[in-house]
Each structure stands twice: as structure tokens, then as C-alpha cells.
Design a protein around this ligand. Sequence first.
Ligand code: PHB
Length: 357
Amino acid sequence: MSLDLLSPVTLSDLELGNRMVMAPMTRNRANANNAPHSLNTEYYRQRATAGLIITEASPVSAEGVGYPATPGIYSEDQVSGWRDITNAVHAEGGHIFIQLWYCGRISHPSLLPDNQTPVAPSSLRPEGDAVTYDGMQPFVEPRALDTDEIPGIIKQYKHAAEMAQKAGFDGIEVHAANGYLVDQFLRDGTNQRSDEYGGNVENRMRFLNEILDAVCEVWPTNRVGLRLSPENSFNDMSDSSPQQHFAYFISQLNSRNLCYLHILEGDMMTKQRNVNYRDLRDIYNGIYMANNSYDKTRAQTALNNGDCDLVAFGVPFIANPDLVHRYRNNLSLNEADQNTFYGGDEHGYTDYPFAES
Ligand code: PHB
């Protein structure tokens, strides 16, 4: 049986219009309270023909923030802004999950309450610069979390999961990819702990497992997705054996009956792939969502080959609110303007034209 990118599909108990997912993308256009507002509502409403939208990463607490103007999911203001967005997407017949985020060492004191030092599994400073309200500033050495601080962070995830329900989302995605806090625990380049959260794969996965346990007390497991990035070097990440380690992590996820497993395949920056993703996909019993520079042809080929069940598209959805319509009718695509990806106003955000129909 061949899976068609553009045909309807049932995901858990959700009837999606197609297998095209809008990937989570940071756009830095929240208001001064880190809450979403009408401009963001328009952006998501325009893109509601995606089978599923995964929102931009959304901090679970003020301590989880790591970039300017990212909309969180911990205050009433934020819930109210997101509620307008979920209503707008649902009114267009779409579906939307929110991605739960904690930046950890990728943050900067100037972005955190009381200028606190960012936290991480281990006090290893990443190479590179943080994005702050005063431009790029060198990353600082993070503070290694005490073992007894971890339950407090798990609670923040649970609270965010509750707020996501109040905001009317169809589900949540736990962001365990791309060098943010959960990923910092998973990969051995950033986790040098000697307590039960570090060392072997079982211990490195404990933080993620506790987050999944907590959010699944709020949401049915089939409305909880998870994103991993086994070999993405973004945010100065590394692992000594991604194929083997992520095979273990993924095998452990099978019993959870999650909504989907979302994999950023290869490296976000170079697009290189050394991991065999088909092997990882074959270990997983559930729905596999592939991501990282797919286009229509690559996506349909991957579906035909049984390499995935859903495909998440990023940049094409920035520039083409009607990407599904364009793919369906073989129309040409708008070019994305990289200068307006992060921050700013409606330019490069809600002003990309729809195709003439
Ligand atoms: C980013 O803001 O650059 C960013 C955020 C979340 C990701 C990846 C990149 O998962």
C-alpha cells in the first residue's frame, strides 16, 4: 500500500487532510510579555491547510526561555493568545500541536529571571553566541543542575501541558532535539553527570522519561508527540555513537503509544547524514514523521519506500502559506527570505502571497 502525501490520513483519533506537517519554527514575533498576539494568529491561520501544524518552540517557564520574543505556554496571557490561534486553525479545519521547550545552556542570563545563569546537565559552555535583546553575546558556562532540582523542571513541563490543554491545542510535542535541555541530557557530549541522570543510556534518558510520564498524566499518550535529532550538531552538540544510542532511546519509546516520533534527520546546518534513519524507523512501532529539507518529490519517495508516515516541512511553509494547494496543483513556490525568518513584523511573515486559484 502506498501512502499519498496529499491524501487524508487518521493520526491517533485526528482526521488530517494530508500527510504534510508544518514543522516547528522559531519566528521571534511574540509580544512584550512573550505572549502570542493577533499577528501570530494570522500567520498560523494562513497555514491551517497543513495536515498538522506544530507550533514554534514554546518555553514551559520563564526559566526555560532562550531567545527574544518567543511565545511561552506558562502564563494566562500566553494561554489567551494561543487560544485565539487554536480557534483560528480549527475554524479552518486544521489541527495544531504546541512544542514544549526548555533551552538550558543555549540561553543567556539577560533572557532569564534575575539574570540567572542558564542550567544544563553539566557545566559545559557551548561554542558560539546566544541570541539576546542586545544582539549576539557569547554563551556563558551553564550551571549543572542539582539532582534535587530536576523534579521542579518536570513540574514546569506538566504545568505547560495543562496550559496547552486550556489553550485548546489538539496535542503537544516534547522538544527533545537540537541541543536544548532534554537533548543535552540525551547526548553524551553534553551529559557528564555521575548521578542517576548521567552515564549510561538508561540514565541519560531518565529526564526525558520523567517528562513524558508527567505530560501523559495530563494528555492521553496518543496526543503526545516527541522530537529527536540524533546527529544534529546545531548548538554545539555531539554524541559518541548516535546510531546505537538513539536505537536504544527509540526502542524504549515503543511501549508508550505516543502520537508520533518526529525525527530531524541529519544535520540542520550541513544537511549531512551519517545515521541510518531507516534502521531507527524500523525499530519504532508507531508513526514516524521525517524532517529536514524534504520537498514534494523527496517526501513522496520516502512515503513510497516506507521510510516514514508523515513529513514535516519547514522553510517551504514560511514562504508558502498554501503549500498544500501548490503541491496538489504542481504550482511554483514563493522563495523564502532568510532576512525575515527571526523577528520583525508582518514582512516575511504574513505577507507571502497565496497562489492565484
Ligand atoms: C532556533 O531558534 O534557531 C531554533 C529553535 C528551535 C529549534 C531549532 C532552532 O529546534
